[in-house]
Ligand binder design. Structure first.
Ligand SMILES: Nc1ncnc2c1ncn2[C@@H]1O[C@H](COP(=O)(O)OP(=O)(O)O)[C@@H](O)[C@H]1O
Ligand SMILES: [Mg+2]
Length: 322
């Protein structure tokens, strides 16, 4: 059963323009997410990978409606949440949480750890005593023991890994069905990454949690995701089981990404190099968005945008050349 279904989602940001453009009535947009569809099953960890600037953060926040999408649908438990009013949205937010990238800036330095984790419970109407009980239990679950000591500490007294455990506790304390983790381990010391990923995996298993796991690092995606989508300039270019994606990537962009990951052992060396940098999402190239950087691009790639098609069971690719 699918918990989250994203259909043709678009999120555009208006660009501030000069007076001349304004007089010409030109409207410019950053097309950060430009027609994305995928779904996440219950208990599934769905990965989103791609270079910086591809739209991963915008997409993951749009799915939670922390950024308002421009178009499309986000169906959560059968309900299109983009159609909900504030009050309805507030209720459903309990079930959808986010863990941010930066454990240093995402925790209020003036609040005790216990208060930080209790905050969402109290907002949702729990009395203080009961909230404290729950928070102490949660501290134990995320491995911050002795619980009573950690409850009283402040963020600056914790290491990066411990802070990220607090961020996970804060997200999990409302018992959500769906959690977005945006580069949740990227800023943590490499030595502590594995244990944080294990902790997330444990929550997934215990609560049949669904997760959207965003990372620029395919080696991290491999540790926890079941399926992965590769994003390029606001679009999904490939989607499959993570193992299949790593063993047999079909899109030139995915091949280049996997080739460039030093810690991934590959069956094949794809020798694909994508030149240059991600172009501006205000004016993406015509046709296939990779066409100006792709070593295999032919005439059709410059004219027609390739659709995401299923080439093997559960393996989708958007490329004219595969
Ligand atoms: N609030 C915003 N206003 C305008 N442009 C934005 C905003 N947020 C992101 N962008 C642009 O959208 C594109 C995608 O960014 P982002 O979603 O952060 O990508 P990623 O997380 O993959 O690095 C980039 O071109 C970025 O500059
Ligand atoms: Mg990002």
């Amino acid at each position: 059963m699918e918990l989250v279904q994203v259909r043709n989602l678009k999120t555009y940001f208006p660009v501030r323009i000069g007076i001349i453009d304004a007089l010409k009535r030109k409207k410019l947009f950053v097309r950060a997410v430009d027609g994305v569809s995928f779904s996440i099953k219950r208990g599934e960890v769905f990965g989103l990978i791609g270079e910086s600037g591809c739209g991963k953060t915008t997409l993951s926040r749009s799915v939670l409606r922390l950024i308002e999408p421009t178009e499309g649908e986000v169906i959560f438990n059968g309900i299109n949440i983009l159609k909900l009013n504030d009050e309805e949205m507030r209720k459903i937010r309990k079930s959808m949480q986010i863990i941010f990238q930066d454990p240093y800036s995402s925790l209020n330095p003036k609040m005790k750890i216990g208060e930080i984790i209790a905050h969402p419970l109290i907002i949702h109407g729990m009395d203080k005593k009961e909230a404290k009980e729950q928070v102490l239990q949660m501290l134990g679950k995320v491995g911050l023991t002795p619980e009573k000591e950690f409850y009283e500490r402040y963020p600056h007294q914790l290491s990066g890994g411990q802070r990220q455990r607090v961020a996970i506790a804060r997200a999990m304390v409302l018992n959500p069905e769906f959690v977005v983790a945006d580069e949740a381990v990227s800023m943590i010391d490499v030595s502590m990454r594995a244990s944080i990923i294990e902790l997330l995996e444990e929550f997934r298993r215990m609560y049949n949690l669904s997760m959207l796991f965003v990372t620029h690092d395919i080696a991290i995606a491999r540790l926890i995701t079941n399926r992965t989508a590769v994003m390029y300039l606001g679009k999904i270019v490939e989607l499959s089981e993570t193992k299949t994606l790593i063993d047999n990537p079909l899109h030139p962009y995915s091949r280049a990404l996997i080739n460039a990951a030093p810690t991934i052992s590959r069956k094949k060396d794809f020798k694909v190099k994508i030149k240059g940098e991600v172009p501006n999402a205000i004016n993406p190239p015509e046709g296939c968005r990779l066409s100006n950087r792709c070593p295999f691009a032919s005439e059709i790639c410059k004219k027609e945008e390739p659709e995401l098609v299923e080439v093997e069971k559960g393996h989708f690719v958007a490329c004219h050349m595969t």
